[in-house]
Design a protein around this ligand. Structure first.
Ligand code: PLP
Length: 395
């Protein structure tokens, strides 16, 4: 196919040229005496992306799923109780992983399209007088439904009930794109992956672990080896790793962190909000609805869009890919066939979003969905125009 292809799945995201070039390096000596000059400042700078001073960053050669596993196996013991809400495929999968590790999960099932039920969490924590719940899990941004949850609210529920449980947050599709405040929100472990907001290929589980979780790791009995924090701590303190590190990815991480910090995190978040809102304007103009039921849950990194009744979203997605080289996210699990997702995160700007929206309109028209050509693109153009005027006035 001539010309560019459009990658608009919610991760992996586009890798900026500068980051790609930073990874195009000869193999290097992972025990070189000067490696710590590179790694030690990097560990510190990655913490800035999590907005953490108190935490410790770990880079595991894994994907986000490995990060989930590292979080729970390092801090909990078989039979421990954890509290988790299920409202999409990724919150479901983390629960499944906990159960397979022998943890007892108190599951709160919530309609897909809603977020972490903060009030229900507060009630359950208040009722848990014996403090049997050792950890509370929260998926900050449910990528399957395009729902962002209120993590500060979960912290408040823990504080108000004076519950000592650890707070673990899945920030795989939020961190480095949406505001995330590790220390301020009292998050004990935040899990991220390299392939979304960090704009890298998949392959790094990026964790930030607070002091309380590091303490819990000293007595936790879940079996672990590859993901053991203790081995990482021992070697990371001198700037090395307990086993062969994926140096290309880690060099790329240096570059992506530099990009994020030079744009400024607040600007990165504002850009994601602007682009997400442009997509939402288009969705309304197509007379479609988001999966996210309320504005407070709208995700600035991914929109899960309910396709007009009577049409198969898999067919739409297949057609967009084959005919136009446009990759969209599928509807996952019970949303399969009903929903298509537009990822709007990472190295992205207005032009790219408009090309995706134009591609979606083409594909929608081709498969017979009755939308007015240009309606969504027009709504997004108008919104981006207004935002541009406001931005130039502020400059
Ligand atoms: N959590 C969320 C919110 C995700 O979106 C994903 C993947 O898309 C994961 C966890 C799992 O991450 P990975 O596929 O990197 O293992």
């Amino acid at each position: 196919m001539a010309g560019m292809r459009g990658l608009f799945i919610p991760g992996p995201t586009n890798v900026p040229d500068r980051v790609r070039r930073a990874m195009d390096i000869p193999m290097e000596d992972q025990r070189a005496p000067d490696l710590p000059e590179f790694t030690l400042p990097l560990f510190q700078d990655v913490k800035k992306i999590f907005k953490s001073q108190d935490g410790q960053v770990f880079l595991f050669p894994a994907s986000g799923t490995g990060g989930w596993e590292a979080a729970i196996t390092n801090t909990l013991s078989p039979g421990d109780k954890v509290l988790a809400a299920r409202f999409g495929q990724f919150s479901h999968l983390w629960i499944d992983l906990c159960q397979r590790h022998g943890l007892e999960v108190e599951i709160v099932d919530v309609d897909w399209g809603e977020g972490v039920p903060v009030e229900r969490y507060a009630d359950i924590l208040a009722a848990d007088q014996g403090h049997k719940i050792k950890a509370v899990l929260a998926c900050h941004n449910e990528t399957a439904t395009g729902v962002t949850s209120d993590i500060a609210g979960v912290r408040k529920a823990l504080d108000e009930t004076r519950h000592p449980a650890l707070l673990f947050v899945d920030g795989v599709s939020s961190i480095a794109s949406i505001d995330f405040r590790m220390d301020e929100w009292g998050v004990d472990i935040a899990v991220c992956g390299s392939q979304k907001g960090f704009m890298l290929p998949g392959g790094l589980a990026i964790l930030c672990v607070g002091p309380k979780a590091l303490d819990a790791a000293k007595t936790a009995k879940c079996p672990r080896c590859y993901f053991d924090f203790a081995d990482m701590i021992k070697t990371n303190k001198d700037g090395f790793f307990p086993y062969t590190p994926p140096m290309q990815l880690i060099r790329g991480l240096r570059s992506s962190v530099d990009l994020l910090l030079s744009e400024g995190l607040e600007n990165v978040f504002a850009r994601h909000h602007r682009l997400g809102e442009g997509v939402r304007r288009a969705v309304s103009a197509w007379n479609m609805k988001l999966c996210a039921k309320e504005k407070r849950w709208h995700s600035d990194t991914v929109s899960a869009i309910q396709l007009t009744e009577g049409f198969d979203s898999n067919n739409l997605i297949r057609h967009a890919y084959r005919r136009y080289g446009l990759s969209l996210g599928m509807g996952l699990a019970k949303l399969n066939g009903k929903v298509f997702r537009i990822g709007h995160l990472g190295d992205l700007n207005e032009l790219m979003v408009l090309s995706a929206l134009g591609g979606v309109e083409l594909a929608l028209r081709d498969v017979g969905v009755p939308i007015k050509a240009g309606s969504g693109v027009g709504a997004a153009v108008e919104y981006f125009h207004q935002q541009g005027v406001a931005l130039s006035a502020a400059a």
